[in-house]
Design a protein around this ligand. Structure first.
Ligand code: DAK
Length: 262
């Protein structure tokens, strides 16, 4: 992929869509074109029946995404500022609501909007050189793509407050320690590890995976009682699938299930 063609690449192989932010000369910073192209790539992955899991990463060896494009932000006025904001928010919602699991492969700087992009994914693996941070207050703004909401939900209020209010960066080891990422790997092993995990997910019942993601996502916005009611509803729905019968039958017959997504 080259920077002149497009700012986002999508490759589909063995049920996995790898979406790559591809502006390495600007450390994959998110300008409007990139936000739009990312939205299109996720729409493609959502509607492609061949795709079961999405991996999101950045091109090059230095950055996942170094944030919103500061040059673009510095020029924006009221109307395009609002438009930029809506574009970014829509993208984060699209990723979070994507019916297929989304794994962030954080291969370097994940700052500001880049950190927020990783936070919108279902879980994160990081390379050893990854650096996370929400430096927005140093630019006179606050995180605006969900960082003030998603980070405390993931790592707890105190740790999120410290990162947001100081703008301090943390390395991959610290990100692992506070639960911001699930695994840290040498850079060359990052994508293979994400693909291995994606493969493990792909071997499961796709409807069950989708409903489990929905239960966790929607449940996090509900009270425990409401969340349990949602879980029960989805469980009921799952019980109507051929996949459920196949999964149970395969266990009893001591063989691997052949799920059809039906
Ligand atoms: N935007 C634009 N260009 C960037 C960039 C960014 N975020 N980050 C890096 N670049 C560009 C650099 O300007 C440089 O371009 P050239 O000068 O070569 O043309 C090139 O990428 C290479 O960067 P450096 O030369 O700076 O590389 P270093 O290794 O020296 O430093 C760095 C790497 C990541 C430490 C440094 O580049 C850096 O501090 N970058 C900025 C990081 C940052 O502050 N990110 C947060 C941006 S604020 C909103 C919602 C959300 C947001 C905004 C609005 N609304 C709801 C409206 C989000 C805001 C943010 O993300």
């Amino acid at each position: 992929m080259s920077e002149t063609d497009s700012n986002v690449g999508i490759e589909i192989e063995a049920g996995i869509a790898t979406i790559t932010v591809d502006r390495p000369k600007k450390l994959n910073a998110l300008d409007n074109d990139t936000l739009e192209e990312l939205g299109e790539a996720f729409q493609d992955a959502i509607f492609d029946d061949e795709v079961g899991v999405v991996i999101l990463t950045g091109a090059g060896e230095k950055a996942f995404v170094a944030g919103a494009d500061i040059e673009m932000l510095s020029r924006q006025g009221v109307l395009d500022g609002k438009q930029n904001s809506l574009l970014g928010q829509d993208l984060m919602d699209l990723i979070e609501d994507c019916p297929k699991p989304v794994i962030a492969a954080v291969n370097g700087f994940a700052l500001g909007g880049g950190c927020e992009l990783a936070l919108a994914c279902d879980f994160r693996y990081a390379s050893e050189n990854a650096v996370f941070g929400l430096p927005e207050v140093g630019l006179g703004i606050l995180p605006g793509y969900g960082g003030t909401q998603r980070l405390p939900r993931l790592v707890g209020t105190g740790r999120a407050m410290e990162m947001i209010l100081t703008g301090a960066r943390i390395d991959a080891g610290e990100a692992l320690r506070i639960g911001l990422v699930n695994r840290v790997l040498p850079l060359g092993e990052l994508l293979p590890a994400c693909r291995e995990t994606a493969g493990a997910i792909l071997s499961k019942g796709p409807l069950a995976v989708q409903m489990a993601k929905e239960a966790v996502r929607r449940g996090s916005l509900l009270s425990l009682k409401e969340g349990l009611a949602l879980e029960a509803d989805l469980f009921g729905l799952c019980s109507a699938t051929e996949d459920m019968r196949e999964g149970m039958k395969a266990f009893l017959e001591k063989r691997k299930p052949e799920f059809k997504g039906a």
